[in-house]
Write a protein that binds this ligand. Structure first.
Ligand SMILES: [Zn+2]
Length: 344
């Protein structure tokens, strides 16, 4: 319970070192951009940094009367009231600490941020105005620091981003921004140039598997989904869901049937459906590649002439994952992939 959030960050040594060093030297930048895939620890690191900045005991010596106690820690204590309140609560997805403010599309009821309609398109200027501009100029409520954490900053509308930029240009002392994104290339150059980038890498498979096991998922299943999750704990957790596991099996079956079908209709149907499932599609393609690889080795063992075509089709599935990663439309990726597989 009292372990500081930053200490819970796994396998992001470079990012963690950067942040801990900044805390140790009291040189925490006023605007960070945490960039990396979703589900690898950006959030945990952001709230960890915020926790350290608002902690009531950090840097306070707990030394004895004659100064013979431990040196003051530059990390959050993890146990004081501020530390506890800096941790986001599950129901609201944000902390109750008044100086740790989360900005996210659709997080607040429209009336809270001075709107009539929900934010379906983007993070609106209304939210930035109400939650950032109205407060950033003032001292923190509780004295130590004020931290704004922006989830998926690439979803900011241009007016919202421009309003935020003004604040980033003239930072107040003890006010910090932590912008989170999995798509740094989609951000305005002005945002990129005014923030200090901290990179977060995909998590190693064994780390994802052990984190899943810690959540109570059985080891065999944890390892299986960790392999498909592309280094994201979030994706892995979704993949471990039994419904998603059925849907993935069904995708693989229907894709293989579409490759062998006489007409193009099944192919178009599989591709059409892929449109709705972008987030999970990558893992489904990986499962398809896996299925083709085992078909290939099965055929090879049986001296079946199809071994080579299965191998080639498996490579096409892997290439489709690359195409998806370079932001091609999911439907087109699946359509092109299945068409190529049929041509073999
Ligand atoms: Zn504390």
């Amino acid at each position: 319970m009292s372990e500081p959030l930053l200490s819970q960050l796994r396998a992001q040594d470079a990012a963690r070192r950067t942040l801990e060093r900044a805390l140790e030297k009291s040189r925490v930048h006023h605007a960070y951009l945490f960039a990396g895939p979703d589900g690898v620890g950006k959030e945990l690191a952001a709230f960890g940094l915020a926790q350290a900045l608002v902690c009531e005991r950090r840097g306070v010596s707990e030394g004895g009367l004659f100064g013979d106690g431990a040196p003051p820690s530059f990390l959050a204590c993890g146990a004081c009231s501020a530390c506890l309140r800096a941790v986001p609560r599950e129901e609201e997805q944000r902390p109750v600490h008044p100086d740790v403010v989360v900005i996210e599309r659709g997080l607040y009821a429209p009336q809270t941020i001075g709107r009539r309609t929900p934010e379906t398109q983007d993070i609106s200027i209304d939210q930035v105005r109400t939650l950032v501009l109205a407060h950033a100029a003032y001292a923190p409520h509780e004295g130590r620091a004020k931290v704004f954490i922006v989830r998926r900053v690439e979803e900011m509308s241009v007016p919202a981003a421009n309003a935020l930029l003004k604040t980033l240009e003239e930072p107040n002392a003890r006010t910090h921004f932590i912008l989170l994104t999995s798509q740094p290339d989609a951000l305005l150059p002005t945002i990129l140039s005014r923030t200090m980038r901290v990179r977060f890498a995909p998590l190693p498979e064994d780390v994802v598997a052990s984190l899943l096991e810690a959540q109570g998922i059985e080891p065999v299943r944890a390892r299986e989904v960790a392999r498909l999750a592309g280094g994201s704990l979030e994706t892995a957790a979704r993949l471990a869901d039994p419904d998603e596991s059925d849907a993935r099996d069904s995708f693989v079956t229907r894709a293989l049937q579409a490759v062998d079908a006489p007409g193009l209709e099944p192919l178009l149907a599989v591709a059409e459906e892929a449109k709705k499932e972008k987030d999970l599609l990558r893992a489904r393609l990986a499962a398809l590649a896996d299925a083709l690889a085992s078909k290939a080795s099965e055929a090879a063992r049986a001296n079946n002439a199809r071994a080579e075509s299965f191998t080639l089709q498996g490579r096409i599935a892997l290439r489709a994952m690359d195409h998806l990663d370079s932001n091609n439309a999911p439907q087109l990726v699946v359509e092109a992939m299945l068409s190529r597989m049929r041509a073999i």
